[in-house]
Design a protein around this ligand. Structure first.
Ligand code: MTE
Length: 326
């Protein structure tokens, strides 16, 4: 277990601990009980990671059938992760820091009715209800998701480009950034009693990042409504950035002039920068980002620059020092 630096608040988080060393004593004991030994551990296969055999027949059979090749992963032979893998292994700190506990704890989270207030530096502020959101369309995007913890998945989202929603409110020329805020409800979210985080969960994008074709609002998964544990009823998906940028359960979006401070940047600024573009060459202060463990696979893969979306997004950062601006 890497030592937590003394000047950082005790962030009780697997986010700051590589998965391979994060397994709790309980999980290790369970693995031992199952007769799994050092080989499984050395291969970094979490005892909790579900296997590919568990996709229910009800899941859509052809997750890679998105029409536009720009919006599906380009890895030869890539299959999307199974429904169970995607919905049983979640980071959602408002509910729990235990990835396996999130689905059950979030099961009764109330996501209807729901509204998202979009305002700030816009000409036409608007509160969107679920019908308004669904009227913005539903298309499929099969994206890689690379967590800063160095695991990854391929996920067939349903939803619409964020730019479509932003155009509805007409950002003014002063709007330079977009700030996203997640739901915060202590009565329904047991995780928010943690004093280590400055709730609510907040994230941000530069406006050109937010308007990019790839930047997506997901309202569904495998052709079904988005499960609570994945961020129902709507979450952001920014596939070239570490997964923590993809904020779940959004209730408020503001167009702003100054760079927003995210929950993670506030908790540990030297570890979780505003940009957080996936970059195999820039190690996290406490672990390498050069490789990743695709959930459902045994051996590690090389991590791709911008998570494989370099050709589509690199020009957003022309002239920027992405090492300094992590
Ligand atoms: N959004 C909220 N509101 N709360 C969270 O804890 N975790 C983030 C991101 N969005 C998080 C969140 C992290 S660290 C990751 S890796 C992804 O959600 C995980 O998404 P998934 O559970 O759908 O795989």
């Amino acid at each position: 277990m890497p030592r937590v630096r003394p000047n950082i608040p005790r962030i009780a988080s697997s986010l700051i601990t590589p998965e391979s060393v994060y397994m709790s004593r309980r999980r290790l004991l369970r693995m031992a009980g199952l007769g799994l030994g050092a080989a499984a551990l050395a291969a970094c296969t979490p005892a909790s990671a579900p296997t590919r055999t568990s996709m229910p027949a009800s899941a859509i059979a052809s997750p890679l059938a998105t029409s536009d090749p720009k919006f599906k992963t380009d890895e030869f032979g890539t299959k999307a992760n199974s429904w169970d893998e995607i919905t049983r292994y979640n980071n959602y700190y408002e509910f729990s820091t235990d990835k396996e506990a999130v689905a059950d704890l979030a099961a009764n989270f109330k996501t209807n009715p729901w509204s998202v207030t979009v305002g700030g530096l816009v000409d036409k502020p608007k509160t969107f209800d679920l019908d308004d959101l669904h009227s913005l369309g539903e298309e499929e995007r099969v994206y890689r998701l690379r967590c800063v913890e160095a695991w990854s998945m391929v996920i067939p989202w349903m939803g619409f480009p964020l730019s479509r929603l932003l155009r509805e409110v007409q950002p003014t020329s002063k709007a330079k950034y977009v700030r996203f805020e997640a739901a915060f409800d202590a009565a329904q979210m047991p995780g928010v009693s943690s004093p280590f985080y400055n709730w609510p969960y907040v994230e941000g994008l530069r406006i050109d990042e937010a308007m990019h074709d790839l930047t997506f609002i997901a309202t569904g998964l495998y052709g079904k409504p988005l499960p609570n544990q994945n961020g129902a009823p709507l979450r952001l998906v920014v596939p070239w950035k570490y997964g923590f940028k993809s904020i779940k359960a959004i209730v408020k979006i503001d167009l702003v002039e100054n760079q927003p401070v995210s929950l993670w940047s506030a908790a540990a600024p030297s570890e979780y920068g505003f940009y957080s573009n996936v970059n195999p060459e820039r190690a996290h202060p406490r672990w390498s980002q050069a490789t990743e463990r695709r959930i459902g696979e045994l051996s590690r893969r090389d991590t791709l620059r911008f998570n494989g979306y370099e050709a589509q997004v690199a020009d957003l950062y022309t002239g920027m020092d992405l090492y300094a601006n992590y």
